[in-house]
Ligand binder design. Structure first.
Ligand code: AMP
Length: 251
């Protein structure tokens, strides 16, 4: 079985996000970019499945500008066998990414498509659900545990839901999106970084995949959250209660 993993290039999680002065989006110029953390978890899970002998190949795919190749190289250094880059400039919304993924699935025929549950830049949490819908495949989202039964072609997925865990059984092929507690992604070792340089990254365009990139939605503006007002130190419990009652009106 082949596993396809979608890895997105995003602003590094440790960078303090800045909104562009014209409020059209986030500043990405001269900002450190990395693989989306949930995509690292997705790739780690695919590699563990392969290492346990249940898959033969892990293919990492990324859509976006030329620099996505760096993200794919990171994925190859972690252990993916090859990469596919769909070069697309301009804004890519989840539906367009889902359509591109569907087209890639039709070319590659993976038994499992694993994505992050959400990208930390847009926080959409939509792509996995959309591609599962477009493919007509079962989906296990927010997975915190995945067990594959190769013989019966079934994946058992534990999902983190409000107040507990839900366990699903999915017929393969299926779409899985990863939650934080699924695994701890590995670091790429120096020898693997060197090896990754000779692994293949195929380049495709949306046109070659017969996908038109357009969106029915438009981001009107992006703004920073309002600055928090400075707090006050109260001198007694009575003063606190008075403020909560008469100023904050919460009790
Ligand atoms: P989102 O729906 O935007 O929150 O993204 C959820 C997941 O979809 C990500 O964690 C990735 O696995 C995948 N994804 C979204 N956009 C891209 C992209 N441009 N390239 C590759 N994977 C993507």
């Amino acid at each position: 079985m082949k596993i396809m993993v979608a890895v997105k290039r995003v602003v590094d999680y440790a960078v303090k996000i800045r909104v562009k002065p014209d409020k059209t989006g986030l500043e990405t110029h001269n900002v450190k970019m990395s693989m989306n953390p949930f995509c690292e978890i997705a790739l780690e899970e695919a590699l563990r499945i392969k290492e346990s002998g249940l898959a033969l190949e892990v293919v990492a795919v990324s859509m976006g500008p030329a620099q996505c190749v760096d993200t794919l190289r990171t994925g190859l250094a972690m252990g993916a066998d090859r990469g596919i880059h769909v070069e697309a400039t301009g804004a890519l919304y989840p539906l367009s990414v889902a359509k591109l993924l569907k087209a890639l699935v039709e070319v590659e025929n993976p038994g499992l498509l694993i994505l992050g549950k959400q990208a930390i830049d847009d926080d959409c949490n939509q792509t996995g659900q959309m591609v599962a819908g477009l493919l007509g495949w079962p989906q296990g989202t927010f997975a915190s545990k995945v067990v594959l039964d190769k013989e019966n072609q079934v994946a058992t997925v534990d999902r983190e839901v409000d107040g507990g865990l839900e366990t699903l059984s999915l017929d393969l092929p299926a779409v899985i999106t990863t939650d934080l507690r699924l695994n701890q992604p590995r670091y790429a070792t120096l020898p693997n970084i060197m090896k990754a340089k000779s692994k293949v990254i195929k380049k495709l365009t949306p046109q070659e995949l017969k996908v038109e990139i357009r969106s029915d939605l438009e981001v009107v503006q992006v703004t920073e959250p309002p600055k928090r007002k400075a707090g006050v130190i109260v001198s007694s419990v009575d003063e606190l209660i008075d403020k909560l009652k008469n100023e904050a009106h919460v009790i």
